[in-house]
Design a binder for this molecule. Structure first.
Ligand code: AMP
Ligand code: MG
Length: 350
């Protein structure tokens, strides 16, 4: 058994389990200068955030983890679409066309979102808020939205209707009824930011997992990287795919956990802007990129793109992101394909 920290990763399609016993560190009190492994879990952003870090003692570890979780809570107050008072929700309150001054954080994240919206031809689009809301309601009631409701939600969406003005850092929603939804990028961003807090406090050997979005820092001491086991479509794989990586983001998107069956059709929680409905192709996408903000948003984008012309996937990955795309057909057969280039922190082939 290699002395690597092991993550079994099966959420959305992969569940993250950190195997504590595999650090390879000796039992008993640590020698002077030695680092001990600590793990912390807390609920944030509607999911569980998990921090694994290596620190000189428990008090340092606890203080750092508390600071990292506080940063996630701070970001949630800006980005939550469940909190009517969050900054992102307040954007939708004034009449369409009103320019609103934004925090640097929100502005930065929206700039990144818009870049990916353009690169993916709108497959990833944070302005799909009205469509996501309509779709959440459909999943809850198990009834498809009417054509009129879908058309209205699409009229209130579209990344071309989101104007960002860097000169005065203002945001303008151009269409009436617009609502932003950062669900496809905010957890990766929060994981990156929590990891950055730990690094600033001197704890660089750390990782933050926000459900299916992992921000990996320096490798566990004495190891080549964080070891992540991929088990597609929620099945503990007999022959698991192992990823070993450090200083990258690893994200998975798909419909294994969040889906609805309506009229015998299985729909994902990820919406297809072409239909204003949930995706119906069964896909599992894992993306490894320079950081988790990128891997999170790319995994969502690739899930949409994997249902259409797949050539677009490579185009939107850029030159340092790698995507593993698994598609399951009606007979349960899984096709596997990889796209893009490996980022420097990926130690294994994927
Ligand atoms: P993820 O689990 O990271 O793939 O994100 C899924 C979440 O992103 C959904 O629950 C929605 O909040 C949001 N979302 C759904 N479809 C899209 C899309 N096409 N582009 C951007 N965000 C989306
Ligand atoms: Mg995502």
């Amino acid at each position: 058994m290699p002395p690597w920290l092991s993550l079994r990763f099966l959420c959305s399609f992969f569940l993250v389990v950190v195997a504590a016993a595999q650090t390879g560190l000796p039992p008993g009190p640590p020698a002077a200068g030695a680092l001990t492994r600590y793990e912390f879990v807390a609920p944030h952003m509607g999911t569980l955030f998990r921090i694994v870090l290596f620190a000189p003692d428990e008090s340092v570890a606890q203080t750092a983890a508390a600071a990292a979780f506080a940063r996630v809570a701070e970001l949630n107050r800006i980005m939550s679409d469940y909190d009517p008072n969050s900054e992102v929700m307040r954007l939708g309150q004034p009449p369409a066309g009103t320019a609103i001054a934004a925090s640097a954080e929100l502005f930065d994240l929206l700039q990144r979102s818009q870049q990916l919206a353009a690169a993916s031809d709108g497959a990833f689009d944070v302005t799909l808020g009205p469509v996501v809301r309509l779709w959440r309601e459909a999943r809850r009631t198990r009834r498809l939205p009417t054509d009129a409701d879908r058309a209205a939600a699409m009229r209130a969406s579209g990344y071309a209707n989101l104007r960002l003005n860097p000169a005065d850092r203002t945001i303008t929603l151009l269409a009436p009824g617009m609502q932003l939804d950062l669900g496809g990028i905010a957890k990766g961003y929060a994981a990156d930011e929590a990891l950055a807090v730990l690094a600033r406090l001197g704890l660089a050997h750390a990782m933050v997992a926000a459900s299916g979005d992992l921000a990996l820092g320096d490798a566990p001491p004495g190891t080549p990287g964080w070891k992540i086991e991929l088990a597609p479509f929620g099945q503990p794989a007999r022959d698991p795919l192992i990823v070993v990586a450090a200083n990258v983001g690893v994200s998975t998107s798909g419909d294994t956990e969040q889906f609805a069956e309506i009229g015998g059709v299985r729909y994902s929680h990820i919406v297809d802007p072409a239909s204003a409905l949930g995706l119906t192709t069964r896909v599992a996408v894992t993306v490894i990129a320079r950081h988790a903000t990128l891997s999170d948003s790319l995994a969502t984008a690739c899930s949409v793109l994997a249902s259409g012309p797949v050539e677009k996937i490579a185009g939107c990955l850029g030159d340092s992101a790698r995507a593993l795309v698994l598609r399951q057909d009606e007979c349960g057969m899984v096709q596997r394909a990889t796209y893009g280039s490996s980022p420097p922190g990926l130690r294994t082939t994927l």
